[in-house]
Design a protein around this ligand. Structure first.
Ligand code: ADP
Ligand code: MG
Length: 460
């Protein structure tokens, strides 16, 4: 279906044309009319299928003109980088409109964000922590919000974010239209979502938790000691490949390598650089300046390799990314679908290699169960025969972890808390208990946040 058939305004159609799109993707085709009708929506579609425009276009279409200091749309994302990217998307599609979009995220000075807000915002794209922070300073008014969007909805409704999202939701007017998008969803999260949505339309264009078809998935069974060698040799062959050098830098072969821990990311980054590869890294312990710089250099093609924790697993859109490597398997299976979805976007093709050693078999089992598919094995010079039944040994522990997380959904008062020492020791960007740290708040704010939450619980 062509964009002009939706009855979208000319200014937006021109911007779409300028972006180079002609046909709407399936999720756009189904969501845009429903959102334009004013219905709440849960939208599920694979990574890289244009979910951002699926909500941005109908929102822009309904916000006719500037009303000073009246926020009409509020979009929440789980990471700062995704907030910035979504903000850029709104600017791209709204380029011929007289609208003001503001992006609010942690790790950056508040001054600039405050002064932008004071000049009035029509659309806000934000990470929840900073948004609440600024709300508490009295500079935000949500009384005229018509649209409330959770991008990466399952992550936003995952344990760490629930209190923030609920708090923000409680500040919005009754009539607001709520929209949630993700590539993955599970029953518990969807139940939670249904408490906030009013008579939602559920739009699903692929099987739940399906990986993008455009990604060629390959599994390499190996052992931990060999992982560095595999990555280094592979990347040296591919990325330093002379045929590649004739291409403009940004189009040369490039790769994101995901590790499970921040320490692991730092260590691998050093090893790659030592092996003569151009690499940068990104994780939750880096400053926002470092995170931005790393991503900018990778996007622009200055460096060919990005080493990242799961902080980069969700939502990031880097066109022409050739490879994703899973140096370690992710602890949360849904993140596998998101990690590999950084490649094979907008109809392009990509390859995702997963290195799996014996003590990760239980994680592999969970991922394959989630997707309802086995990841095809690639035999390489480094491949080992592994006995897949061995995962059973680890399975008990894994179930315990999952149940630990489940039990605590949405019930903050009784939530078991891990002590801080333990948390630091995990050094893990992705673990549920750690998500808040990673998502960009300083300790002072965590304290405020906890106080707010406890007060709210008392009030209830
Ligand atoms: P998702 O959120 O589903 O992972 P994004 O919204 O990030 O996907 O979009 C992925 C890529 O597809 C982006 O580079 C975007 O510019 C591009 N895109 C979006 N809509 C279309 C379209 N209708 N035709 C072609 N490309 C599109
Ligand atoms: Mg997205």
């Amino acid at each position: 279906m062509k964009f002009k058939e939706f009855g979208i305004k000319k200014d937006i159609l021109n911007a779409i044309r300028k972006a180079g799109y002609e046909e709407a993707t399936p999720i756009q085709e189904q969501s845009i009319p429903v959102i334009m009708e004013g219905r709440d929506v849960i939208g599920l579609a694979q990574t890289g299928t244009g979910k951002t425009a699926a909500f941005a276009l109908p929102i822009l279409n309904s916000i006719e003109f500037r009303k000073r200091a009246r926020v009409r749309a509020l979009i929440l994302t789980p990471t700062r980088e995704l907030a910035i990217q979504t903000f850029e998307n709104f600017k791209k599609y709204g380029r011929y409109m007289d609208l003001k979009t503001v992006c609010l995220y942690g790790g950056a000075k508040k001054g600039n964000q405050l002064s932008q807000l004071k000049r009035g915002a029509d659309i806000i794209v934000a990470t929840p922590g900073r948004l609440i922070d600024l709300y508490n300073e009295g500079v935000l008014d949500f009384k005229s919000v018509d649209y409330f969007v959770l991008d990466e909805a399952d992550r936003m409704l995952d344990m760490g974010f629930v209190p923030d999202v609920r708090k923000i939701n409680s500040l919005l007017p009754e009539w607001r239209q709520m929209i949630m998008f993700s590539a993955t969803m599970d029953k518990a999260v969807e139940d939670l979502a249904n408490q906030m949505l009013k008579d939602p339309v559920r739009i699903q264009v692929a099987a739940q938790n399906d990986a993008a078809e455009t990604v060629d998935q390959r599994l390499i069974y190996t052992k931990g000691e060999l992982k560095d060698t595999i990555i280094i040799q592979f990347l040296q062959n591919e990325i330093k490949n002379p045929e590649n050098l004739s291409l403009p830098r940004k189009d040369r072969k490039n790769a994101i390598v995901f590790t499970r821990t921040k320490k692991g990311a730092d260590r691998l980054h050093k090893a790659l650089v030592k092996a003569g590869l151009l690499a940068v890294s990104i994780h939750g312990d880096k400053t926002q300046g470092q995170r931005k710089d790393a991503l900018d250099r990778f996007r622009s093609g200055q460096v060919q390799i990005l080493v990242a924790t799961d902080v980069a697993a969700r939502g990031l859109d880097i066109p022409k990314l050739n490879y994703v490597f899973n140096y370690d398997l992710p602890e949360e299976s849904d993140n596998y679908v998101h990690r590999i979805g950084r490649t094979g976007r907008a109809g392009e093709s990509g390859i995702a290699y997963t290195l799996c050693c014996e003590d990760e078999l239980h994680l592999l089992y969970e991922i394959e169960k989630l997707m309802g598919k086995e990841i095809p094995e690639a035999s390489t010079e480094w491949s080992l025969e592994l006995d897949r039944t061995k995962f059973k040994r680890h399975n008990k522990r894994n179930n315990y972890r999952r149940n630990f997380a489940r039990r605590s959904y949405g019930d903050n008062k009784n939530r078991p808390r891990r002590n801080d020492k333990h948390r630091d020791n995990r050094n893990n960007d992705n673990h549920r208990a750690n998500r808040h740290n990673d998502n960009n708040r300083d300790n002072k704010h965590s304290r405020n946040h906890r106080d707010n939450r406890d007060n709210r619980n008392k009030n209830n």
